[in-house]
Design a protein around this ligand. Structure first.
Ligand code: UDX
Length: 439
């Protein structure tokens, strides 16, 4: 069985390399020629721990190839192949709904290309509004009558993409025939042998699993951040509150870390697209709470800006602010909807001179926010700063000695928006330490 992967973003490259690692011959396609050239020469165009090594191994083993040509891909794959579609579904400009242009065009091109090559299985992995698979199945039946569609959402986290793909918590497949289920069981045989739970269901349920999982995670994060707001007003400590809650196994401590809230290419846009779809289905009330989840999340950014202004004696005008972190989370260079950069840009707009440092995301940040200043190290960013904002919790920042940092700044004031620095250590070194949700 040959396998192809359409789209070489975080999801596609990881999926292609992991399927090659599982022993399949894999060809991946992207319409971006530069990206394909980089990948074919063993370079991953984004930062994901362990992925470049895996790509190199699979290229060397001859199990992985890249192309920009659908015809070449379909001819190479031949009859009986499984084709995974992993293209992005970003938020539409100025709207809540997802932009389905890429996924529609990928399935169209793929279906036309595979049509002359006999029966095959097309599998959607992208996060889509419920109902998309059903609509695509109708289109595929017109363009490639021998091709069948299945839906197989992906739950990987950036920063853990390889391990989440090779050892997922569960596999979910939406199918319309036993043949499709059998085929996907063959693809994932090694994971199933390792007792990864499998849920076999219909198209709509499989599409919904993904967005409801992301909604639940967003709810958990915003819940604890709402508690942080209350703690701030009441003089309580949200970190101790979260710890006490986490000991209850019904609640659990994961995704209960209070701080600057969620960002990235998935959680924010997925909950918005989910609300938009619920509106189309006439059940917008069922998801009205997600609007509040989104609002709580955005308020953490505003609160950080307010706290920075407070720490700068009421005005940011002319102040030097060091921002530690630009990626939406550590171990990633992804800056999509990054809370850190959102805060940095707001503070800059209020007249501060903002210097940003991130271990991996500086290049991406510079392209998107060229008016901010960038430093090559955390200490360089802190040089003569009136306040330091810790906005993405890289280990590198936790490892810094606050006494050494104190020698670089104008004023020893730090705001730990991720609740990740050692407060006692910073205070002992003479810092005014402020965090979200703590006295
Ligand atoms: C998420 C889902 O976890 C994954 O299953 C899905 O496939 C894609 O979306 P990802 O966007 O890579 O993955 O990041 P994740 O690690 O889930 O973190 C999301 C955001 O929430 C980050 O900005 C992170 O900083 C924030 N977060 C997470 C918190 O603020 N508090 C927490 O307790 C956990």
């Amino acid at each position: 069985m040959r396998i192809t992967v359409i789209g070489t973003g975080y999801l596609g490259v990881t999926h292609a390399a992991c399927l090659a690692e599982l022993g399949f011959e894999v060809m991946a396609l992207d319409v971006d020629t530069e990206k394909v050239a980089a990948l074919a020469s063993g370079r991953v165009p984004f930062y994901e721990p362990g992925l470049e090594e895996l790509l190199g191994e699979q290229l060397a083993a001859g199990r992985l190839a890249f192309t920009t040509d659908y015809e070449e891909l379909a001819a190479w794959a031949g009859p009986g192949a499984v084709h995974f579609v992993c293209v992005g579904t970003p938020q539409q400009r100025g709207e809540y709904a997802a932009d389905l242009t890429y996924i529609d065009s990928a399935f169209d091109s793929l279906a036309r290309a595979v049509a002359p090559h006999g029966p095959c299985l097309l599998v959607g992995k992208s996060t889509v509004p419920v109902g998309t698979a059903g609509r695509l199945a109708t289109r595929i039946a017109e363009l490639a009558p021998e091709a069948e569609l299945a839906w197989n959402p992906e739950f990987l986290r950036e920063g853990f993409a390889v391990q989440d793909t090779l050892r997922p918590d569960r596999l979910v497949i939406g199918v319309r025939s036993e043949a499709a289920e059998r085929r996907l069981r063959e693809v994932y045989a090694r994971l199933l042998a390792a007792e990864v739970p499998l849920v076999v269901t219909d198209f709509s349920t499989s599409e919904l699993v993904k967005v409801s999982a992301n909604s639940f995670l967003a709810v958990k994060i915003s819940f604890i951040n709402a508690m942080a707001e209350v703690c701030e007003a009441a003089g309580a400590d949200v970190m101790q509150l979260a710890e006490a809650l986490s000991h209850d196994p019904r609640i659990g401590g994961r995704y209960l870390v209070p701080g600057l809230g969620f960002g990235g290419g998935c959680l924010p846009k997925d909950i918005r697209a989910f609300m938009a779809r619920a509106g189309e289905l006439g059940v917008d009330q069922a998801l009205a709470f997600l609007k509040e989840v989104d609002a709580i999340n955005m308020r953490r950014r505003a609160r950080t800006v307010d706290l920075a202004r407070e720490q700068c004696d009421g005005s940011l005008l002319g102040k030097r602010v060091a921002v530690w972190g630009a990626a939406f989370k550590p171990n990633s260079d992804d800056i999509r909807d990054s809370p850190a950069l959102n805060v940095a840009a707001s503070i800059h707009l209020q007249g501060a001179q903002v210097t940003v440092y991130d271990p991996k995301a500086t290049d991406n940040a510079r392209k998107m926010f060229p008016t901010l200043t960038y430093a090559d190290s955390a200490l360089e960013a802190a040089h003569h700063a009136d306040v330091i904002l810790h906005l993405t919790e890289w280990q590198e920042f936790r490892d810094l000695d606050p006494a050494v940092v104190a020698g670089h700044v104008r004023d020893t004031r730090v705001i730990d928006s991720r609740n990740a620095l050692d407060a006692a250590k910073w205070r002992a070194a003479g810092w005014t330490y402020r965090a979200l949700g703590r006295p």
